[in-house]
Design a protein around this ligand. Structure first.
Ligand SMILES: NC(=O)c1ccc[n+]([C@@H]2O[C@H](COP(=O)([O-])OP(=O)(O)OC[C@H]3O[C@@H](n4cnc5c(N)ncnc54)[C@H](O)[C@@H]3O)[C@@H](O)[C@H]2O)c1
Length: 350
């Protein structure tokens, strides 16, 4: 019988609730024992919903007043570095939501703190645990489509992101906040690091919806060249309004593979000629990747119990941050950008 792992949730907003639900409902080895949030309202809301009495306004207060083994960090990106480093220094295992941090230097600080203190570091790339993505990875590995030549990955989110995530200085913008998953997936599925990227962005809906932060964009298209010579593209649209849409297409030397679909259920209804075939779409990310979120939290708890490394760790998070920064630099400077420029020069959009 494995030892139960006591988890403190840090950040009780949208993503925090998804992970709290996984721990309370789906992952018996993980016990949600405390909640931290700087907002009293979020603390009460999430604490009440998951019947957790130990509530704190800061991680420091939780470290002083509560016994636990691990943190799940689901605060905005700009708070990731300080919280992840503090948790690791206190000997707590760290599950850290994407984007890992704002800069490569921050990623390195987190990786070093985890290594120095011998704690697990897992990044919240749940697509790596979503059944259809796992099956696709295994079938590429088995050689079904031959050597992958081109990958196209899209993530379209229905609504405006929270206010902090619209601000490039606090989030690195949509290429990080939404497309982190694409940056990670294309690198994982193609088994190669991105080498050079060229990004174009546009802002279609922001002004009409009252977004007035500088450099806001709601559409992005990125071309990618990988170190192994293969090619890729990433598309981001947020808000797209029509639902949550995450799909990937890979062209290999022997065939083509498509991952994901817009259709949420196999139920299709037709009642009149005007509306045609009607079937539900995924409304949001929590619904689209429900199994991915559960499986990644199971993995986190099992790795702590077994003392094994996470399947998706700090280096993966760091590459996704590098991709988002390279894309951002590309549209700022209106030119293709090599990843080496980001990894070597500590560039940020601020
Ligand atoms: N994996 C995914 O698919 C996915 C989906 C959504 C969000 N996320 C990520 O989760 C993180 C949070 O996003 P969200 O949408 O839940 O944001 P949110 O704004 O809904 O919630 C963030 C919460 O963190 C709290 N907070 C801020 N600073 C804090 C601090 N220093 N200490 C404690 N609490 C603090 C806020 O009060 C808020 O309640 C981001 O990194 C985001 O990119 C991941």
């Amino acid at each position: 019988m494995s030892v139960p792992i006591r988890v403190c949730l840090v950040g009780a907003g949208r993503a925090g609730k998804v992970h709290a639900n996984s721990l309370v409902v789906h992952v018996p080895g993980g016990h949600l024992v405390g909640v931290v949030d700087s907002s009293a309202e979020a603390l009460q809301d999430t604490g009440d919903q998951f019947a957790v009495d130990a509530r704190f306004e800061t991680l420091e207060a939780a470290l002083d007043g509560l016994e636990f083994d691990a943190v799940v960090i689901t605060t905005p990106t700009f708070a990731h570095r300080s919280l992840a480093v503090a948790a690791a220094e206190a000997g707590k295992h760290v599950f850290l939501e994407k984007p890992m941090a704002l800069t490569i230097a921050e990623c390195d600080e987190i990786i070093e703190a985890a290594e120095r203190n011998g704690v697990l570091l897992q990044i919240g790339f749940m697509r790596r645990f979503a059944p259809e993505f796992v099956a696709a990875f295994e079938r590429i590995q088995a050689g079904e489509i031959g050597r992958p030549m081109i990958i196209k990955s899209l993530s379209h989110g229905p609504g405006l992101p929270p206010p902090w995530a619209r601000d490039l200085k606090k989030s690195n913008g949509m290429l990080a906040e939404v497309n982190s998953h694409d940056w990670d997936c294309i690198r994982w599925l193609m088994e190669s690091n991105p080498q050079r990227v060229y990004a174009e962005v546009a802002n279609f809906k922001g002004e009409a919806r009252g977004v007035d932060v500088p450099d806001f964009y709601d559409n992005a298209l990125v071309n990618v060249r990988f170190e192994n010579g293969s090619l890729g593209s990433i598309s981001g649209v947020c808000p797209c309004d029509y639902g949550y849409d995450a799909r990937v297409e890979i062209v290999g030397e022997l065939g083509i593979m498509q991952i994901g679909e817009m259709q949420k259920q196999a139920v299709v209804v037709c009642t009149d000629r005007e509306h045609g075939l009607v079937t539900p779409i995924f409304r949001g990310w929590a619904e689209r990747f429900a199994w991915g979120y559960i499986r990644e939290m199971e993995h986190f708890i099992q790795c702590i119990q077994a003392g094994t490394p996470a399947r998706v760790g700090g280096q993966d998070g760091r590459w996704a941050v590098a991709g988002a920064l390279a894309g951002t630099r590309s549209f700022f400077e209106e030119r293709p950008v090599y990843l080496s420029e980001i990894l070597d020069e500590a560039w940020t959009p601020s």
